[in-house]
Design a protein around this ligand. Structure first.
Ligand SMILES: [Zn+2]
Length: 159
């Protein structure tokens, strides 16, 4: 009897694992994790239940099993859920992917240069594929590059 119950629990456990894995696989963000898509960095983070850490999509660490993965829109979300930042991709440090961010900021600079009117922070953040908060922080830390690249005063206004 007991044996059968344990068996049943095991079956149920297996079922929910499959469901969790399925939920992760159908999430478009999983594709970014699988592809280690650097352009998705800053747009979301993923945590791994078994290791207790959270990562950027582009993290080079061993790929987690989908049933152990959860997605978070911010580092704070992941930390509130009890995860710590990965030591490898340092998701909570903007300098961790400085090169990547510089590319995005440069892209926004070109947009600023082309724009006839002043762009809102939201517009620029969306163009960089970042949250307005993250974009603002990144933009500020990349200011010296921005100043050299974009001569338009619109670029400096944000700082
Ligand atoms: Zn990582």
């Amino acid at each position: 009897m007991q044996c059968r119950m344990i068996e049943k629990e095991f079956e149920m456990g297996k079922g929910s694992t499959a469901k969790l894995a399925q939920a992760t696989r159908t999430d478009p963000r999983w594709a970014a994790v699988v592809g280690r898509d650097g352009s998705a960095d800053g747009t979301f983070y993923y945590s791994v239940r078994t290791t207790g850490v959270y990562c950027r999509p582009s993290c080079a660490s061993r790929r987690a099993r989908p049933e152990n993965v959860q997605f978070h829109s911010t580092c704070r979300d992941a930390e509130l859920a009890g995860f710590r930042p990965c030591k490898r991709c340092k998701p909570n440090q903007t300098t961790g992917s400085a090169g990547q961010n510089a590319t995005r900021i440069a892209r926004v600079c070109r947009l600023i240069e082309r724009a006839r009117t002043r762009l809102s922070l939201e517009t620029m953040a969306a163009h960089a594929g970042m949250s307005p908060y993250h974009f603002h922080r990144t933009f500020k830390s990349n200011t010296c590059k921005v100043r050299r690249r974009a001569s338009q005063p619109a670029a400096a206004r944000l700082t």
